[in-house]
Design a protein. Sequence first.
Length: 302
Amino acid sequence: MHFDLTDLRLFAAVVEEGSISAGASRTGISLPSASARMKGMEEMLGTALLERHRRGVRPTPAGHALFHHSQLVLAQMERLRGDLREHARGGVRGHIRLISNTTALEEYLPEVLAGWLATNPGVDIALEERLSYEIAPAVAQGHADIGVLVPADSAGAEGLETFPFRIDRLVVIVPRGHALAKRRNVAFVDLLDEELVGLAAGSALAEHLAWQSTRLGRSLKPRIRLRGLDAVCRMVASRVGIAIVPETAAARCRRTMALSTLRLTDTWAVRQLIVCVRRKEALPAHTRRLVEHLAGAAKTDA
């Protein structure tokens, strides 16, 4: 039995994408070549690795086993490349897969990563927004190297190493002169009859607020959804509605917009953001450095 790294990368991509064509595209292999490789792998093993369906493919029990081991092999190769790069000029570029919830991605990571990337020119970062509850399982299963999330949403994180990153407080913003602007504090339940300006459905913050309203047996009343926090703040300043945003975004936008801020009294409005990895010492050197940089940023912030 002989699989090369291209086979393993392709198979892992096919399983993650749920499609041979999507997996082939992601790994830069033509569809006919990818199909031939998948068929050859199954013939070599003498068993099916994928179940074909109208909407794509999913792994058989043998496929699950191969996927697990392919993740281990590919992670080890990434560590090898990263470690060797430390000893060679112009060596293989390092690549880090970093996934994050909305707040960390928009409010904290750009500044923290900018300084690190400037001093690590041979490393690329693939940064992706995910719902918080998806992040820990993705890291645990090897779909990402580093995750940034809220511990309350870390189900499936058993065995992961975690490090503090930032304290994130959610606040309410209203246009100046709004009836709520005279108050200093407000409970989430008291906002559910208000017209809200929110982030696009599917964003981590939007899903978090939707879940909190569902727990109260109510639903939100979004008047408009936007793709960025600055756009949300501008819409509130234009008196379209009110919004719940990270305190950092509210403070930044208040400098140039006619906004008032109220503290959200619910306990879930104050959250500790953490960094999670499978095992720090097993990561490539450049990935370990980034984890240490993120954890160090938390100490500087404190």
